[in-house]
Design a protein around this ligand. Structure first.
Ligand code: NDP
Ligand code: GDP
Length: 337
């Protein structure tokens, strides 16, 4: 039986990856950081909390990382833990640098000393492309991060590549474009939208207050993307791969798709901070804009080219953006029953 360790097992991707690896017959271990009230809602939701082995783990604590690696002796190590919300990274830039940058080399250096044969996956991100230098973005596109989150992830990305080249370690980076699900953090724009629209569809009257509706993202389903992470570690040689759908959608259209799946017919009106959306059927206001949700520097357009993953890994995303919006909106609606 193969063994895997997942940092960030309590997060969206950690939960889906755990489920996927359990289905492949793996013994799954995961790192949970010490917080005041231990909680595993995502693992609970997938019904797998009792099937995984949880260990105290923090990216900031190198001796803890070393002990966990020595104790578990896994075949595959997936580093999904991070300060993962771009919007907060201007408020927490030093923590983002430590967790998303230095945290990666803490793990790699422990693996190098204690378990150099363990295969390593690093959760790199399309946010590294930031002010995009090429459309669509692929593995060779020049990086231009636009947030403390993105800058820290660039370090994590290059140090993974460097340990692969310096020490011949099987260390791969997945450059993943945004991927969402009913388990997505509530502050990310997709989930914020589906939660708010579901509450309105259940009789609520509070519009969702958003920022830049013109930003475009290449959104896929997290369940498809964790399969791609695993595929990378099954390759004979480690490498870097973009996982994306190749389709980009403005935030505004995601609102429209989520609204349609809940029976709404949105009419958009106005511009900039005065833009609104109203449901023609009920007359309710659905969207308002506030300066509060605009960012100091924006990533306006992300669209990925997943050709390498398709050709070498035989990876394909299965869920379209409309299906994703519907899956998330209906899940939030059902939860309010
Ligand atoms: P989540 O925010 O859902 O999960 C992040 C996880 O990291 C949580 O389990 C969190 O623990 C843990 N964590 C945070 N800080 C620490 C720390 N100091 N020590 C140990 N654990 C910590 O993120 P996702 O699942 O969406 O993303 C997984 C990874 O993929 C992240 O690295 C993210 O940056 C990256 N990524 C995500 C994309 C996406 O669209 N989802 C796109 C590209 C990359 P806790 O539960 O205690 O908060
Ligand atoms: P990110 O791509 O990892 O930053 O994912 P997010 O879901 O947080 O943001 C995606 C895009 O939505 C960014 O360009 C944001 O500026 C934009 N956006 C617009 N309104 C909001 C909002 O209210 N919350 C968030 N999180 N993002 C918003």
């Amino acid at each position: 039986m193969k063994k895997a360790f997942i940092t960030g097992i309590t997060g969206q991707d950690g939960a889906y990856l755990s489920k996927f690896l359990l289905e492949q017959g793996y013994e799954v271990h995961g790192g949970v950081r010490r917080i005041s009230q231990p909680d595993t809602p995502r693992l609970d939701r997938l019904g797998i909390t009792k099937d995984v082995h949880l260990h105290d783990f923090d990216l900031s604590e190198v001796n803890n990382i070393r002990r966990v690696i020595e104790k578990t002796q896994v075949d595959e190590f997936y580093n999904l833990a991070a300060q993962s919300f771009v919007g907060s990274s201007w408020e927490l830039p030093i923590y983002a640098a430590d967790a998303n940058g230095v945290g990666v080399v803490r793990i790699l250096d422990c693996l190098r000393m204690v378990a150099p044969e363990t295969r390593f996956y690093q959760a790199s991100t399309s946010e590294m492309f930031g002010l995009v230098q090429e459309v669509p973005q692929k593995e060779t596109t020049r990086l231009y991060p636009r947030s403390p989150y993105g800058v820290a992830k660039v370090y994590g990305h290059y140090i993974t590549m460097n340990y692969r080249e310096s020490f011949d370690m099987h260390a791969s980076s997945g450059i993943l474009f945004n991927h969402e699900s009913p388990l997505r953090g509530k502050e990310f724009v997709t989930r914020k939208i589906t939660l708010a629209l579901a509450a309105i569809a259940r009789g609520g009257n509070d519009p969702v207050v958003l920022g830049n509706l013109d930003a475009k993202r290449d959104w896929g389903f997290a369940g498809d993307y964790v399969r791609g992470m695993w595929m990378m570690l099954q390759q004979e040689k480690a490498d870097d791969y973009v996982l994306a759908t190749g389709v980009t959608t403005p935030i505004r259209d995601f609102v429209t798709f989520a609204g349609e799946s809940l029976g709404m017919d949105l009419a958009w009106d106005g511009e900039g901070v005065n833009e609104t959306a109203v449901d023609r059927k009920t007359g309710k206001k659905i969207v308002e804009i506030s300066e509060e949700f605009f960012r100091p520097a924006e990533v306006d357009l992300l669209i990925g080219d997943p050709t390498k993953a398709r050709d070498e890994l035989k990876w394909e995303p299965k869920v379209t953006i409309r299906e994703l919006a519907e899956m998330m909106a209906k899940s939030d609606y059902d939860d309010l029953a």
